[in-house]
Design a protein around this ligand. Structure first.
Ligand code: ASP
Ligand code: MG
Length: 420
């Protein structure tokens, strides 16, 4: 008998028919004797609608009340699923964030989970009842207010519940059947990965492969929660109940890299469209200038990603290029304008017509030449690189948005990832 956490995203619970489908997935596990906690998202589109209403009511909304409104979507789904399970003859009960309780900090709108005492739920599931837990929400115990975990936060709720219950697996059911080597909508030869390491998944998630919320992967990595991504759109009776010895036949397992036997050098190609590039021309080349540029940006909470400083030909001036999230571009330009007296007279150019393409793989730690291969592949396609950044397991380049798909396809094939 295993303890299984099953999480279902918005498209998996989009209407009553889909919720009935979810209930059949749950029933399969219960019938096999597993102890089951389910974590649900709001029905597809509901959270967007709630957020839109809040903003319509007042653009300068109180974050506590935002949470109070947007957390309601999950409560609807949890209740509906509990009712549906009961109608199928199972014992089931819904749990909201404060009932569990999922204790969080007070950062309303993007709260972090601090603690989940697992006793309440454990007692119920041990007794054979299905616990249906609202994702995305918690309670900030000091002020005693509802909190939410940030968009996509139900993934994090699920992993946290798995930690609290010491579950054997955290199965994340979604509308794709796993994690792919790249976006299958761009590369038809993309392959489903049977396993991916936490580190690689973190890079994929933070680079815009929105299968899992980044925080959920961080949490899974810290607590070594075996997390599996799989599709709720597979017929419930076409799947075997959870079996620890045979997890690999379906979905993608996110796990420790030691558990991956056939490790590839490069596991995946990710791309992020929401990048913007800023170039400062004619910056004085002297000590302290970078601090004067990036200090005010940091103070304004603007995250700078890639940075390139050119060598200065005359020894006095240089060009500096960096990237921020595209949504932050107006604010960034504003901060730079205000910092003009410290930075000195520079010409500022910017463009949001850029994408960041990344190759990711833990194998890079022990293999040379991954970056060189990337540059060669792009040059053969005549694609110009504006900026480069690297980490231990990732090489990223910034290129013109028009070449994004060409670059992803070429790299996917160059690193031998194409399905044949
Ligand atoms: N319903 C929330 C959202 O749309 C949380 C989630 O689905 O994970 O962001
Ligand atoms: Mg999601």
């Amino acid at each position: 008998m295993a303890t299984v956490v099953m999480k279902f995203g918005g498209t998996s619970v989009a209407n009553i028919e889909r919720i009935q489908n979810v209930a059949r997935h749950v029933k399969r596990e219960v019938d096999a004797g597993n102890k089951v906690a389910v974590v649900v998202s709001a029905m597809a589109g509901v959270t967007n609608q709630l957020v839109a209403w809040v903003k319509e009511a007042s653009p300068l909304y109180d974050a506590r009340e935002y949470d109070s409104v947007v957390a309601t979507g999950e409560q609807v789904t949890a209740g509906l699923l509990a009712i549906t399970l009961q109608a199928m003859g199972l014992r089931a009960r819904s749990w909201t964030g404060w009932q569990v309780p999922v204790k969080t900090d007070g950062a309303h709108g993007s709260a972090r989970i601090l603690d989940i005492p697992g006793e309440n739920i454990r007692k119920q599931i041990e007794g054979g009842e299905v616990a249906v837990v609202t994702g995305f929400q918690g309670i900030e115990p000091i002020e005693n207010r509802i909190s939410t975990l940030g968009r996509g936060g139900s993934d994090t709720s699920a992993v946290a519940v798995a930690v609290a219950l010491e579950a054997d697996v955290c199965d994340i059911y979604t509308d794709v059947d796993g994690v792919y080597t790249t976006d299958p909508r761009i590369v038809s030869k993309a392959k489903r990965l049977s396993k991916i390491s936490y580190e690689e998944m973190l890079e994929m998630a933070s680079l815009g492969s929105k299968v899992l919320q980044t925080r959920s992967v961080e949490l899974a990595m810290v607590y070594k929660v075996k997390t599996r991504v799989l599709s709720s759109f597979v017929a419930p009776d076409a799947m075997q109940p959870f079996n620890a010895d045979n997890m690999e036949n379906i979905g993608t397992i996110v796990c420790d890299e030691d558990e991956i036997v056939e490790q590839q050098v490069v596991s995946g190609i990710a791309y992020a469209k929401d990048e913007a590039k800023i170039t400062l021309l004619n910056v004085a080349d002297k000590p302290g200038i970078a601090a004067r540029i990036f200090g005010p940006l940091a103070d304004a909470n603007i995250n700078v990603d890639m940075i390139v400083q050119n060598i200065s030909a005359d020894g006095k001036h240089t060009d500096m290029t960096f990237t921020v999230q595209a949504a932050e571009l107006p604010r960034t330009l504003d901060v730079l304008k205000k910092a003009k007296s410290e930075i000195g007279h520079v010409d500022v150019k910017s463009s949001a017509d850029v994408v960041k393409i990344s190759v990711i793989g833990v194998g890079m730690r022990s293999h040379a030449g991954v970056a060189a291969q990337m540059f060669k592949t792009l040059s053969e396609k005549g694609i110009n690189i504006h900026a480069i950044s690297t980490s231990e397991i990732k090489v990223s380049v910034l290129i013109d948005a028009a070449y994004a798909e060409l670059a992803v396809r070429a790299l996917h094939s160059a690193y031998g990832l194409d399905n044949d």
